[in-house]
Write a protein that binds this ligand. Structure first.
Ligand code: ACO
Length: 327
């Protein structure tokens, strides 16, 4: 993502998870399911749920504040928020987060691309930086799927969790670690009925799980191959693969299709579930904390979600800090 000399460079990460953890056993009281079904079919053992007093904006604020701390910045030129579960249909989350963080009157807006939202927001922000429209950008992905998932629907209630992750992008050079080297993104609106919420949040999320499962594997694989090509990397040169965290079996299948050893794929969903747009920054934070991702690694991110949307990005992992908190 470069025009001229300016390239977006990752400068810091922040996360925020709601404190309440709901494990599989706790779901059995209201759902006809089992711990073993959920673990075997998805890899999920627990998820965080934001209660009535923790909003999408609250999590975005905390994750954004943490990312700014991690990057050592008090100001940015723009705020881009990825969310598919804004507290209100209008206005966007971005301006509220910019305001509560004391970032002044910077441009602030939302990107709605469901589970691909974080990479979409990275791509948009990298474009702002590459064209000189912004120097530093705060990217926040924040989701509260507990607001839109039917708690009595076993097909979806076991999958999703709430949380937020954020990144600061600064302007830098393409040959620096952290530079966003390439992005691939796309959409297919013909698949809009495979995951949707009817009529402006008036109703619960509906998902045709099996078809989404197959499409996720297909698009995350092909998008990853395109971004690898743009980075000039062979699959064997990837050190760490960070796919959207929807289902452990999807992650394994994509790694297999790419002929990537499974231990190169970060699987961070066991205790957070599918947090949609927030899943990649949360996985990056977890990977960095447990040493799966280290400075100098060639890292590839890929995601797929409602829309349908997909997106991938490649970067060499920089020496950065992650600041994490709970609400
Ligand atoms: N507990 C027990 N049984 C269940 C449960 C449950 N929680 N959920 C479904 N089942 C049953 C089904 O009813 C079905 O029973 P039947 O055979 O008697 O009809 C059986 O299990 C198998 O159902 P499938 O849907 O075929 O199960 P599958 O193996 O596909 O797993 C799942 C379902 C986990 C939803 C999977 O399809 C999946 O992960 N899909 C992709 C989700 C995804 O990637 N989302 C990403 C985007 S999300 C976004 O953008 C917002």
């Amino acid at each position: 993502m470069t025009t001229g000399d300016q390239t977006a460079v990752l400068a810091g990460l922040g996360t925020c998870l709601p404190m309440e953890e709901v494990d599989n056993a706790a779901l059995l009281a209201r759902l006809d399911t089992s711990d073993s079904w959920i673990r075997e079919r998805t890899g999920i053992a627990a998820r965080r749920i934001a209660g009535a007093n923790v909003s999408v904006c609250d999590m975005a604020h905390a994750a954004g504040e943490n990312a700014l701390k991690a990057a050592g910045l008090a100001e940015v030129d723009a705020v881009v928020v990825a969310t598919s579960t804004p507290d209100r249909p209008l206005p966007a989350v971005g301006p509220q987060v910019a305001s509560t963080l004391g970032l002044g009157s910077v441009p602030a807006f939302d990107v709605s691309a469901a589970c691909s939202g974080f990479i979409y927001a990275l791509a948009v922000s990298a474009g702002l930086i590459a064209t000189g429209m912004a120097g530093d950008v705060l990217v926040v992905a924040t989701e509260k799927y507990s607001d839109i998932v039917d708690p009595t629907d076993r097909a979806t209630a076991v999958l999703f969790g709430d949380g937020a992750g954020a990144a600061v992008l600064r302007s830098g050079r393409r040959d620096e670690p952290g530079a966003l080297l390439a992005v691939d993104w796309g959409s297919d609106g013909a698949g809009r009925d495979l995951i949707y919420v009817p009529e402006r949040h008036d109703g619960y999320l509906s998902m045709t799980g099996k078809r989404v499962y197959l499409k996720a594997i297909e698009h995350m694989t092909s998008s990853t191959l395109r971004v690898l090509d743009r980075c000039g990397w062979a699959t064997s040169e990837v050190d760490t693969f960070v796919p959207h965290q929807a289902n452990k079996r999807i992650i394994q299948a994509v790694a297999q299709q790419l002929s990537l050893p499974e231990d190169k794929a970060v699987c961070a969903l066991e205790r957070t579930g599918n947090t949609a747009a927030a899943s990649i920054p949360l996985a990056l934070a977890q990977g960095q904390a447990n040493g799966t991702i280290g400075a100098g690694d060639r890292v590839v991110l890929t995601a797929f979600g409602a829309g349908m949307t997909w997106a991938s990005a490649g970067l060499v992992w920089p020496e950065i800090t992650t600041v994490e908190s709970e609400l």
